[in-house]
Ligand binder design. Structure first.
Ligand code: ADP
Length: 266
């Protein structure tokens, strides 16, 4: 597929050559399609908060005399602009990831401290839902890569665990080193994800319940960013879930190889 095979008889040499032209047009078309879809989705997603902000500005103008209404519209406007800025932030993050050769330019990253900071940054939303975040275990070897990107990935997973869980539940974050891999799992006692949905949640802008996701401030890009960050680091992210019981997202990253100094060893 995508390959043209041409048989060429070169009479002068009395031999027959088979010329294989690898036609990567199909690949280019596919990439283009994905990009076009993404642009269409971005335009659509941006239109919603921008449209709402514009309508709310008009409403404030019309309701100038009614102080209570003005305040209510202003609060909604604040919420919509928050959504807009989260969306722009995620889009920038995703486009930054497209061409990033993070591993080549990377540095040793201590995943214990990245996870601790990601947990810390999710403290407020967790507290507001009386959710306990419990961290267990640790890893012994660093990962080679980009600390900020890895932080974003773990923050997104913990943020989702809180967002899609009821009040008063628990989020567990487990770390361990195993078979040359650094493994981080985020477990919640939330709504869970059906097997069919599990196949789609890593797609850009895919949300199981768009209204609920928007309500809770989701952009639909979080898991897609996680997947990109993890694969850029040569790792993988998997999900295990039982609808109604909870979910576990597991990230596995290759441990940084320790350079062996031959002279010193000898
Ligand atoms: P969003 O911004 O909507 O959260 P994500 O890409 O982070 O976008 O997630 C995609 C969808 O996957 C979410 O809309 C939600 O339906 C589902 N999802 C993600 N994490 C969880 C979780 N921990 N528990 C249940 N559903 C989840």
């Amino acid at each position: 597929q995508g390959t043209i095979v041409v048989q060429v008889r070169v009479a002068a040499l009395g031999a027959e050559y088979i010329l294989i032209l690898a036609d990567d047009r199909t690949e280019i078309t596919r990439t283009e399609e994905i990009r076009n879809d993404f642009v269409a989705n971005v335009s659509h997603e941006l239109k919603t908060p921008v449209g709402a902000i514009s309508l709310l500005a008009e409403a404030i103008d019309d309701a100038a005399e009614d102080e209570v209404a003005v305040r209510r519209f202003a609060q909604r406007m604040h919420k919509e602009s928050g959504r807009l800025s989260a969306l722009v932030q995620d889009i920038i993050e995703l486009s930054r990831l497209q061409g990033a050769d993070v591993v080549r330019r990377g540095k040793p990253v201590d995943i214990n401290s990245v996870v601790a900071e990601a947990v810390d940054r999710n403290k407020l939303p967790a507290e507001s839902k009386q959710i306990d975040i419990v961290v267990g275990g640790s890893v012994s070897v660093p990962v080679h890569g980009d600390r900020d990107l890895l932080m974003t990935a773990f923050r997104n997973l913990i943020d989702n665990a809180i967002r899609y869980s009821p009040e008063g539940t628990r989020v567990g974050v487990g770390l361990r080193s195993r078979d040359g891999l650094v493994q981080v799992s985020v477990t919640d006692q939330g709504v869970g994800i059906t097997p069919e949905e599990q196949e789609r949640i890593f797609e850009r802008f895919y949300r199981i319940d768009a209204a609920r996701s928007r309500q809770t401030g989701g952009t639909g890009l979080g898991l897609s960013i996680v997947k990109h960050v993890v694969s850029n680091h040569g790792g993988e992210v998997t999900v295990w879930s039982q609808p109604g019981q909870g979910s576990t997202f597991t990230v596995r990253l290759p441990e940084m190889e320790v350079a062996v100094d031959d002279d010193a060893a000898a």
